[in-house]
Design a protein around this ligand. Structure first.
Ligand code: KG4
Ligand code: ZN
Length: 354
């Protein structure tokens, strides 16, 4: 049997309800991850190797170092996920991989590895868009959650308000005009002298600060549209830091962090809740690395309670990059007949950017 015949037969058996075990791989940025997902929503095993300590030395992700480290680690990470799931390669029914968006060299490591595995095992290859994977992290957390719903995706590279029409059908409602929310967190944290990645560090020092210490806001984010703009807030913060230092005064770092965080959280909350209310849908979900932020989770929970909408957010372990969410989305792609050819290429942009 040729590879194409074998993969098609396995994909058909999967859809018909046979054994449903997906091995998923994620390498789009600075985490090398693998997971074994059964029946779409059950994570039987997972492994994540983070490169954060390496990139921290440079204050941000160095793409070339990321690719090399993925190459060194991917084999061990896949073996660790299989061992965690007590699963042999022979029991896997499909191989899934993130193929966009992300750092192209980093993505290519996962895509190349997944192609090799799929080909050698005669299994279907499922190509997953990272953004849709983040959205799927909510299905792992809420086993009964089904589309349609509105989702705010806030990560290092994206700030999107998405209407999830169905598992594989999405409409972009709003997006950032400049920096992504996570990117703004990282840049402001850097200006405050905090290590990479700045989001969690900034959140930590913001706990001790007065969020009314500085009045930061952008008229754009107070407008009626659904697009965001975060670069103005970031510039305002950098100016505050410079002006204070020039006067020989000490910067109230916790106050800056708390005021900045409040400004971003308010904008994300207001626009996404309004999008949910106007859509007439009763669920608003949160996704992407910034969904780990407690202040954002609390703000969205209370705004949703107020608006009479159900709020969903991923378990903390599914917020930042992982392969479990990729395996979950891959299940729905496979069920919808979306199987990739071995000629699939990695791409730096999400379909939501095209
Ligand atoms: O989804 P993710 O792990 O990678 C991308 O797809 O980009 O998101 C990483 C981003 C980084 O910008 C990081 O600073 C931010 O998510 N982040 C946070 C928090 N944890 C991660 N931002 C604010 N508060 C957090 N607790
Ligand atoms: Zn991500």
């Amino acid at each position: 049997m040729s590879y194409a015949e074998s993969a098609a037969a396995k994909a058909a058996a999967y859809r018909e309800g046979g054994s449903r075990t997906i091995l998923a791989i994620e390498s789009s940025c600075d985490e090398t991850a693998a997971a074994v997902v059964r029946d779409g929503r059950e994570v039987s095993g997972s492994a994540v190797h983070t490169q954060i300590p390496i990139h921290r030395l440079y204050g941000g992700v160095v793409p070339e170092i990321a690719s090399r480290n993925h190459t060194e680690r991917i084999g061990a990470v896949v073996r660790a996920a299989l061992a965690d799931a007590n699963t042999e390669l022979s029991q896997v029914d499909a191989v899934a991989v993130t193929y966009r968006p992300g750092l192209i060299g980093a993505l290519l490591v996962g895509v190349g590895y997944a192609k090799g595995l799929a080909y050698s095992l005669g299994l279907p290859l499922i190509a997953v868009d990272h953004i849709t994977g983040h959205i799927a992290a909510n299905y792992l957390t809420y086993p009964e959650l089904e589309p349609p719903f509105i989702c705010l995706v806030a990560s290092g590279g994206h700030s999107h308000i998405v209407r999830v029409n169905d598992y594989t059908d999405f409409t972009l409602i709003g997006r950032t005009r400049d920096d992504a929310a996570g990117e703004a967190f990282d840049k402001v944290a850097r200006a405050l002298g905090l290590p990479y990645p700045g989001g969690p560090e900034l959140e930590r020092i913001a706990r001790e600060g007065n969020r009314e210490a500085y009045r930061l806001h952008t008229a754009f984010n107070e407008g009626e549209g659904f697009d965001f703009s975060f670069s103005g807030i970031k510039t305002a913060v950098v100016n505050i830091i410079h002006n204070t230092e020039q006067k020989g005064e000490t910067v109230d770092r916790a106050g800056v962090a708390a005021s900045f965080q409040k400004c971003v959280v308010d904008a994300l909350t207001k626009k996404s809740v309004r999008a949910a209310v106007q859509s007439g849908l009763s669920v608003l979900a949160l996704a992407g690395g910034v969904s780990a932020n407690q202040s954002l989770r609390e703000s969205m929970q209370s705004a949703c309670d107020h608006a009479g909408i159900r709020f969903c957010r991923p378990d903390m372990r599914f917020c930042t990059d992982n392969a479990s969410m990729i395996g979950c989305q891959a299940h729905y792609e496979l069920m919808a007949g979306n199987v990739a050819g071995l000629d699939i290429d990695a791409s730096a942009a999400s379909f939501l950017n095209q």
